[in-house]
Design a protein around this ligand. Structure first.
Ligand SMILES: C[S@@+](CC[C@H](N)C(=O)[O-])C[C@H]1O[C@@H](n2cnc3c(N)ncnc32)[C@H](O)[C@@H]1O
Length: 410
């Protein structure tokens, strides 16, 4: 039956009847793709897993709670036969043959008229991997090949050189806190497709070393800004390169919209008529404490966390932060850009009622090989920072969550 290789094809199932026999794990795995394909799905099964039942409850499939009966496949275009009863499966696949309905069988691929490939998707393509004959079928092998191809397409390591999809304009990409593995899949792919990358000092700098030689990597801190402000010079550099038709990635640390000036860049690009896409990133405000064993919330300990910029001192007239109110909160305070001002910040919090023995942790260069954690209290943090020579970038966590991990210093 299966000496010849299977003929690969993509079924267009919108509005077409597909019958699924059996509501167990196989149906649970296959149904989402059939639903996504727009099929008109009839499930015939006395029982179903809770997930399959939820699909029926949501109206995504029609479920008849009964065993298979002859005639069920009569007007189907396609059938998935996956009951736990081999006899029923055999009878159903015979019926499928009679009615010329392509069918897959979960219990006996040799008796099926179709096989389900291992599938995955990446930006406009579906990758489907089939083995050439049923006897040599090894689902783990096909799944591994599928994974390798999809991952390669997603992270840009597998590129069709003449059909490289390039995102026109600028992508503001949140690169995460520094560990190159902590960028999003989309960010990684856009980076692989870039002609020009304008990068901040923070973020996954290691990824820049992997870019092909033709990619122009510009250090945002080194853009000459003459009569402009630094930010304006960066905006101009983004606009100039995009106007030359290049795919530009603005690689930022953490998330572009958390003290990242992402919206300013977006506005400047919009004014210049340059299309811009924004890719969220893992913010250091949550991930860096986490990397040092500190959860920003913990059941029974902190029901809120507040992320604050500490770049200006509490008594500075430019400060927009209501420190007296923050002193009254019982949850976690996460301070970014606060190393220089932490002494003053701690004094202000204590002056407004926060207990002086509130635990504080400073996590420097989190998620990188140089990560370092220094612990203190509000009373001691000012002198601890100086004594321990804590340097930016660091995330400062204030609150009882500092002490809930299995170890409190690293
Ligand atoms: C200009 S803000 C940018 C924040 C970024 N957009 C984010 O979402 O993480 C820079 C500050 O983020 C914090 N930061 C960023 N990456 C860090 C890291 N790997 N370790 C410690 N702090 C980090 C520091 O407080 C640093 O001064």
């Amino acid at each position: 039956m299966a000496e010849n290789p299977a003929y690969p094809v993509g079924l267009r199932l919108t509005g077409r009847k597909v019958v699924v026999l059996g509501g167990g794990q196989v149906a649970q795995r296959r149904l989402p793709a059939l639903i996504a394909a727009g099929a008109d799905i009839l499930l015939v099964s006395p029982e179903a897993t809770p997930s399959v039942e939820a699909m029926a409850d949501a109206g995504e499939i029609t479920w008849e709670r009964r065993p298979y009966a002859t005639g069920d496949l009569a007007d189907a275009w396609y059938a998935l036969i996956a009951t736990s009863d081999t006899e029923a499966n055999t009878a159903a696949s015979a019926e499928a043959e009679t009615h010329r309905v392509w069918c897959v069988r979960s219990d006996d691929a040799d008796q099926a008229t179709a096989w389900t490939p291992a599938t995955g998707h990446s930006e406009g393509v579906t990758v489907a991997v089939l083995t050439t004959d049923a006897r040599g079928r090894d689902p783990r092998h096909t799944a591994a090949i599928r994974d390798a191809v999809v991952e390669g397409l997603r992270d840009g390591t597998l590129v069709a050189p003449h059909h490289r999809t390039r995102t026109a304009g600028v992508a503001l990409v949140g690169g995460g806190p520094g560990d190159p593995d902590l960028i999003t899949v989309r960010g990684r792919r856009l980076l692989a497709e870039a002609d020009v990358v304008i990068a901040d000092r923070l973020g996954p700098r290691d990824l820049l070393a992997e870019l092909p030689p033709h990619v122009e990597v510009i250090d945002a801190a080194k853009i000459p800004y003459g009569r402009f402000m630094a930010q304006e010079a960066i905006n101009n550099a983004l606009i100039e390169h995009a106007k030359q038709g290049k795919a530009v990635v603005r690689l930022k640390g953490g998330d572009p919209y958390v003290f990242g000036r992402g919206m300013e860049e977006l506005h400047a690009l919009a004014e210049a008529g340059i299309p811009c896409t924004v890719v969220p990133g893992i913010s250091s405000s949550i991930s860096v404490p986490g990397a040092a064993g500190i959860p920003v919330t913990h059941r029974g300990v902190a029901h809120e966390f507040t992320v604050v910029s500490g770049h200006v001192a509490p008594d500075d007239e430019r400060s927009l932060v209501d420190w007296p109110s923050l002193a009254k909160l019982t949850g976690t305070l996460v301070i970014l850009m606060g190393v220089d001002k932490i002494g003053k910040i701690a004094e202000t919090l204590v002056a407004h009622g926060k207990p002086a023995d509130t635990p504080v942790a400073l996590v420097q260069e989190g998620t990188t090989a140089a990560q370092r954690r220094v612990d203190a209290t509000l009373a001691t943090v000012g002198e601890t920072v100086v004594r321990e020579d804590v340097k930016p970038p660091a995330v400062i966590v204030i609150g009882a969550v500092v002490g809930v991990g299995p170890q409190t210093s690293a």
